[in-house]
Design a protein. Structure first.
Lengths: 112, 112
């Protein structure tokens, strides 16, 4: 995985509107107008977000140019998940430590 | 998972130096000086990156103030992975589609 690709992917995900757009596209192709509707922002502002998502390879344009539908492309999300996966043992370790701690605390509770 | 927490986490991961710092910390506590050493950048520039990681909860400061060691905190990475996990079926679908496509292509190869 090239590093600058991950920069662009994580950067694209670092915004609530862009994550909401992806969530919306999870249900299928959506036109730009329909994508913009739920957000209290101008069409150019939405277009800017779409451009960021497109540059990250997270959405593509459908063939129906008139309706300008966008489609979710999940491959970059897989790359981001693969990068995070390298750290799984660390978050699982901290869960283990928490469990150990809770067990120790329970031992200290006086029996009735 | 609060949305603005994810903004800060994904934003922190959208930089190669910050991802390299996390990779370095995966081997254990490292002092700020040692963290800065591999990068061709000023100490203040490195400190700025550390602040971004700290704000995202991805690193913490050790108790040994003199050496200012930093430690990896994996919990936010788990949150980011959980968000991405919602989209797993999409990237698995596209792998399935690729496999189907390859199978179709193979069928078309003339038998010797």
């Amino acid at each position: 995985m090239e590093s600058d690709k991950l920069d662009v992917i994580f950067g694209a995900l670092a915004d609530p509107t862009r994550r909401a757009i992806l969530a919306r596209l999870a249900s299928g192709e959506v036109t730009v107008n329909d994508l913009a509707a739920p957000f209290a922002m101008s069409q150019p502002a939405v277009s800017k977000h779409l451009k960021v998502l497109e540059r990250a390879g997270l959405i593509s344009r459908g063939r129906e140019a008139q309706w300008r539908p966008r489609t979710l492309e999940a491959e970059p999300l897989k790359d981001a998940a693969a990068w995070l996966e390298q750290y799984r043992r660390f978050w699982e370790q901290s869960l283990d430590r928490l469990e150990d701690h809770l067990r120790e605390l329970q031992k200290k509770v006086p029996k009735p």
